[in-house]
Ligand binder design. Structure first.
Ligand SMILES: Nc1ncnc2c1ncn2[C@@H]1O[C@H](COP(=O)(O)OP(=O)(O)OP(=O)(O)O)[C@@H](O)[C@H]1O
Ligand SMILES: [Mg+2]
Length: 382
């Protein structure tokens, strides 16, 4: 049986890679900052960060990284992991000097550091402080540590990567670091799923606040183009796919690389592909079905929508790949406001998207004509 080869090639994303390069150059000159890589699940945020890691190491940066877990909910989790990486990569000897006056706070925030900074530090009584002052002091200590690593390591600077911020309980530490990065060789890279982040008001408000301060640059990722999808599929399948297979899978997945890889694997596992004229095509009479892995993602998104939104989507999916809101409104009988909410929720969940260049339907003053994401149209409503 044919085998898949996922994750080997890095495809497309030229603009984003250029932005990372430029941010690394600026950070190396002492003008660091924060780059947010955003987009739906499986769109390639972590993969782009892996590419950023390669570029950062090539450019002589130190790379530290950590991530939030779905059920973790610990504010300092990725920073603890980053400190652990630092210790593992032999960065321990300079730490007492780097910690300076903040050694007691750092030893408490990062248990791994306690051993390096010495037991005397832990025994040291912290001055009596009210909780607000103590929190601020801990934030200052963490910023002091990472800025110190950025400025005083032998590397060109520090690239600190924080993955899956949509599961963070708070963005306080990142916000504080981002404010100070502009004057240091520190590049902060962070990813989040925007539909998930917007479910948590505290996190989306933190992003809004950071936006008002203009302290980050966003790299929103969208689906791969058809040509890029063809390259990814060829890498995943180990053989070139036919133009019609690329066309069908690109339309079905919206160019989401995770979906594309899953489809490639599923089709190979089900022995649904055959070689014709030097490329792989669907065997005659084979219908394109979604594997469970993709259904699960789409079902989760549908499950989070309001009842009205699901009703509107069900109608839109029957109308077809393209629909006008006027018709959805007529069939569902939903009010303009309810439909507006349904559209907002469904677009945020990447289940529908406005048609670019299509016929515009004016509806409650907003020009809109939608297209449904094919993957969900073949997923039954939960
Ligand atoms: N540009 C790309 N070139 C090749 N493969 C890619 C690209 N982007 C993503 N992939 C592949 O697609 C899959 C999903 O990518 P990735 O894990 O980066 O998604 P993600 O956006 O981080 O998803 P999540 O929100 O679930 O963490 C991975 O197997 C990855 O290797
Ligand atoms: Mg990821």
């Amino acid at each position: 049986m044919l085998q898949t080869h996922p994750g080997q090639a890095f495809v497309g994303r030229e603009r984003e890679v250029q932005a990372v390069q430029a941010a690394l150059e600026a950070a190396a000159r002492g003008q660091g900052g924060l780059l947010f890589i955003t987009g739906e699940a499986g769109i390639g945020k972590t993969r782009l960060a892996r590419e950023a890691q390669r570029l950062a190491l090539e450019r002589g940066f130190r790379w530290l990284a950590g991530r939030y877990d779905k059920d973790g909910g610990i504010t300092l989790q990725p920073y603890v992991e980053a400190v652990r990486l630092l210790l593992e990569s032999g960065g321990a000897e300079k730490l007492p000097e780097l910690a300076g006056p903040y050694a007691p706070e750092l030893a408490r925030a990062f248990p791994d550091l306690a051993a390096v900074l010495g037991p005397a530090v832990l025994a040291q009584q912290l001055a009596l402080q009210d909780p607000q002052t103590a929190r601020q002091r801990t934030l200052d200590a963490i910023c002091h540590l990472f800025l110190g690593i950025a400025r005083h390591s032998d590397a060109s600077g520090l690239a600190l990567f924080l993955d899956d911020l949509h599961w963070a309980p708070s963005m306080e530490v990142l916000h504080a670091l981002a404010r100070r990065a502009s004057g240091a060789p520190l590049l902060l890279l962070a990813t989040y799923r925007d539909p998930d982040l917007h479910e948590t008001p505290a996190l989306s408000q933190a992003v809004l606040a950071m936006n008002r301060e203009r302290i980050f640059q966003a790299l929103p990722l969208r689906g791969l183009t058809r040509e890029e999808a063809a390259t990814l599929l060829e890498a995943a399948l180990g053989q070139p796919p036919s133009a019609s297979l690329v066309e069908a899978l690109h339309a079905l997945t919206g160019g989401n690389p995770f979906f594309l890889e899953e489809m490639a694997r599923y089709l190979l596992e089900r022995d649904a592909l055959a070689q014709t004229n030097g490329s792989l095509a669907l065997k005659e009479g084979t219908a394109l079905e979604l594997p469970r892995s993709i259904r699960a993602v789409v079902e989760e998104r549908l499950g989070r929508l309001s009842e009205e939104a699901r009703r509107a989507l069900a109608v839109a999916s029957v109308i077809g790949e393209e629909f006008s809101l006027a018709l959805v409104c007529e069939v569902t009988g939903l009010s303009g406001d309810a439909l507006a909410d349904a559209v907002d929720g469904s677009s945020a969940a990447f289940l529908i998207a406005p048609l670019v260049g299509g016929v515009t339907t004016c509806w409650w003053g907003r020009p809109w004509r939608g297209c449904t994401h094919r993957a969900w149209r073949t997923t039954p409503m939960p």
